[in-house]
Design a protein around this ligand. Structure first.
Ligand code: UD1
Length: 338
């Protein structure tokens, strides 16, 4: 069965391609390589023994999207990762984010609604909850006003899919709201490749440990948490990738309860920044150079998932520990720089 993975050379996309191929799916990747490298194909192939089909183009080219679906009429499911994801950049360049993240989604859905039957998985984010009033966060928690154009594209993306599903019963969709993906494939053949200075915590930690960055800044130790640093739900990217496969299978096997569903994908456990640093120090067997600085603008205090819905309805649960996830991130960083 042929599955399209947009952004399949990216961090979460490439891990999902591996899990799809391991489950016997035939994968077609579309990627414009704006934030990824064609070398990722080699990593995927060396893990799975199979080279996915790869088409390099930009989903903003509507004509190319239409031609693609004419060439691949046998595609039965789509996992849509391709999007821009840097919060700060989205504030500077809102129209780029709306074009990249919204127009591409519309073009894909326009093609899907022509098909007799289609299954669509959308990369959403726990950012839609903002600072939730209650923890852990369930899927019924209210969506809060977005803090950035990036966050807004995730909220709008969900609404666009929901509205389309209402009038197109042949379209089945699931939005997965990711918490904080970290780590790399245990083989260290694929992993996260941030361009420039990493904005996210774990790549900044591993780059500091390897000597690329001098010091990690911990953004704030005056939050109302146990140790004063902010709390997030860090999930191993391989667990997250597997959640996509089971979500897709749910749609392909018509096990969904309605044709638009939303699931949180996290571990259910919150960890503070200092806990992440200490866990990293343990698995890497070295001290990390860090200092406490002021809070980062726009950061929330704490977010972690209630995963009951995903556990019960998808039959999925995150398996890796925090230590395992951080050890895999460290193994990957060492391999990339060797
Ligand atoms: C960030 C985005 C979020 C996006 C997600 C995608 C912001 C404000 N939020 O989430 O919208 O969906 O990435 O991956 O950018 N930290 C440090 N020092 C650092 C980096 C991070 O202390 O150098 C802290 C942060 O303050 C935060 C935690 O580490 O408390 C995690 O940060 P990060 O990895 O950037 O993820 P989020 O902010 O949760």
């Amino acid at each position: 069965m042929k599955i399209l993975v947009t952004g399949g050379l990216g961090f979460i996309g490439s891990h999902t391609v591996v899990e799809l191929q391991n489950e016997g799916f035939e994968v077609v990747i579309i990627d414009n390589c704006s934030n990824s490298s064609k070398d990722v194909l080699k990593g995927i192939t060396s893990i799975t023994g199979k080279q996915p089909i790869f088409e390099e183009f930009d989903l903003r080219e509507k004509g190319e999207v239409q031609e693609f679906f004419k060439r691949h009429q046998d595609i039965e499911g789509i996992i849509h990762f391709a999007a821009s994801k840097a919060v700060g950049e989205s504030v500077e360049k809102p129209l780029l984010y709306y074009e990249n993240n919204i127009s591409t989604l519309v073009y894909l859905l326009q093609e899907l609604q022509k098909k007799k039957d289609s299954s669509f998985i959308f990369s959403s984010s726990c950012t839609v909850y903002g600072q939730a009033d209650e923890l852990p966060i369930t899927e019924t928690a209210p969506v809060k006003a977005a803090e950035s154009p990036y966050g807004n594209t995730k909220q709008m993306g969900e609404e666009i899919i929901r509205d389309t599903c209402k009038v197109k019963p042949n379209l089945k969709a699931i939005a997965l709201r990711y918490f904080n993906p970290i780590g790399a494939h245990p083989t260290a053949e694929i992993g996260e490749l941030p361009i420039g200075v990493p904005q996210n915590l774990v790549p900044f930690i591993t780059q500091t440990a390897i000597g690329l960055r001098e010091q990690l800044s911990v953004f704030g130790d005056d939050y109302p948490t146990n140790d004063g640093t902010a709390v997030r739900d860090y999930i191993h990217v391989v667990d997250l990738a597997k959640a996509h496969v089971v979500a897709l299978q749910r749609l392909l096997e018509n096990k969904n309860k309605s044709n638009y569903e939303v699931f949180n994908v996290g571990t259910g456990t919150g960890s503070s920044v200092l806990e992440i640093i200490h866990s990293f120090e343990k698995v890497s067997n070295q001290r990390l150079n860090y200092k406490i600085v002021g809070r980062r603008e726009g950061d929330i205090t704490a977010a972690y998932a209630d995963t009951t819905k995903a556990n019960q309805e998808l039959g999925w649960k995150a398996k890796s520990s925090l230590d395992e996830a951080l050890a895999s991130a460290w193994k990957w960083e060492q391999k990339v720089r060797s």
